[in-house]
Design a protein around this ligand. Sequence first.
Ligand code: AMP
Length: 285
Amino acid sequence: MDVISSIEEMRQDSARARARGQRIGLVPTLGALHEGHLSLVRVARERTDRVVVSVFVNPTQFGEGEDLECYPRDLERDTALCREEGVAVVFAPSAREMYPAGHSVYVDEQDVSTGLCGASRPGHFRGVLTVVAKLLNIVGPDIAVFGQKDAQQACLVRRMVTDLDIPMGIVVAPIVREEDGLAMSSRNRYLSPEERKRATCLYRALCLARQLVEGGVVDTGVIRERMRALIDDGAPPVAIEYIEIVDNRRLKPVDCVEGETLVAVAARVGSARLIDNVVVKPACS
Ligand code: AMP
């Protein structure tokens, strides 16, 4: 397995692979890899001949006062995990390599990015889409694999490759959870043991939403209230940022659950900002 930090070398590596007739799969990450990331690697391996994992803590997607400085970084462990999973290349550029002096072009989506996490993290998705566009141009994959865990991000990347005519496939893989249901996240390590226990209320609230919908409750106002009560908003250390029930395509709030609908939550648990979601569908649809 190769670890590459230069854009030029990465390009050449992909060009050689393509010349050999290999299909390339890209898994973009911020590093601090866990089973959730590795599940994406396995999906990419099943579908392509050569998997590239990018490990890059992208500064442009972190806002003022967010956790850019303390975001966990452990390239040695990440590369060891990738090697065990049969990854061909870890692409780990520096911030200077990706954003040299003078960089001034960004990808700005104007619709899907405004709600959910976009409402409280201005500029976040601009940073995400910009770095994903750069990675796609550098690696030139046949497919890129993203996690449903970041449902809005996956939806936006799909929008971007469609709108900007980027010739490649986007695959979205299911959320990998801990045994008690907490969605795996690099940020879970910020949780104290007590906070870790309380954090499971997010998934329990999502399960409640699914149960309600399957039992015939489709009024999203009622579902959100029941979820809020279960999460016990404002009882430290949990503070809800949003509970949204939105259509699964454009991510706009709906009054009534009809067909596939995304139920998404974001909350602060101690110092960690956690997100999670489920897709629900009424029994009769
Ligand atoms: P991150 O390093 O947090 O930016 O995540 C990199 C990719 O892994 C994104 O496409 C995430 O959606 C995905 N991912 C993160 N956590 C999980 C999880 N628990 N299950 C599935 N995919 C995940």
